[in-house]
Design a protein around this ligand. Structure first.
Ligand code: GLP
Length: 237
């Protein structure tokens, strides 16, 4: 594990963008695994800035996203598809058909899980996977559990997660209680993983995830077993 401690959120975003940009430059048709949440917003802004400056070409890049709320379609401004379009996809020269986010509004969500797993398999291993971490140690929407979930699945969100994500919604009651998420195997298959965290309140959980026992009670702890993990932190260690 490589840990990069940064002095500001801007620096965290720039260092993380460096890692993604290097991947795009080295392999223009790379597969990026992307995340939502507030933590990666600065990284996406920095990628957009570099694209605008003529330094980054997304025309052959493909992306797969980790998760989506159940019940929200891509035109809902709280959906993760909408988030990705707004913060990155609509601002760079990526083809929307090269971007994948689970469909939170599929008529049959179990069938959507199978479809997404099949799609991930056909895409091959992501070259790099960007991750945030939840206050309870979740990655994507893999909540603390008795075992590590393998493939894409539907999850009941923990109260803590619903409460943490309520800040993005007009009413706390609007936060969906279920989500569709890649499983831990899907995430661990990436060739390289970059975990970012910048919230002082995550100090304890980040310490447990990086240095505590590997346990499904702290889903992010599995990342200790990944062969190529870079952690970019601000205000956390
Ligand atoms: C959500 C997302 C996660 C993200 C987490 C933390 O639960 N599903 O992928 O890592 O939020 O978000 P934030 O960066 O806003 O703290």
């Amino acid at each position: 594990m490589k840990i990069i401690k940064t002095g500001s959120y801007e620096e965290l975003s720039a260092r993380t963008a460096d890692l993604l940009a290097a991947q795009i430059t080295l392999k223009p048709d790379c597969l990026l695994g992307l995340a939502t949440g507030s933590s990666p917003i600065g990284t996406y802004q920095e990628l957009v800035r570099r694209h605008d400056a003529g330094q980054l070409d997304f025309s052959r890049v493909r992306t797969v996203n980790l998760d989506e709320y159940c019940g929200l379609g891509g035109d809902d401004d709280q959906s993760y598809r909408y988030f990705m379009n707004m913060h990155l996809f609509s601002k760079v020269n990526i083809a929307l058909e090269h971007t994948q986010v689970p469909n939170g509004k599929a008529a049959d969500m179990e069938a959507e899980c199978s479809r997404y797993d099949t799609l991930l398999e056909s895409c091959g291993q992501p070259d790099i996977q960007l991750l945030g971490i939840g206050h309870d140690g979740h990655i994507a929407f893999n909540e603390p559990a008795d075992s590590f979930p393998v493939g894409t699945h539907i999850v009941d969100l923990e109260e803590e997660t619903v409460a943490a994500n309520a800040r993005f919604f007009k009413n706390a009651d609007d936060v969906p209680k279920k989500a569709i998420t890649m499983g831990i195997r899907n995430i661990m298959l990436a060739k390289k993983i970059v975990l970012i965290a910048c919230d002082e309140q995550k100090r304890d959980i980040v310490n447990k995830a990086l240095f505590g026992p590997v346990t499904p009670r702290v889903p992010a702890s599995i990342l200790q077993l990944h062969a190529d993990l870079t952690v970019v932190l601000h205000n956390v260690l």
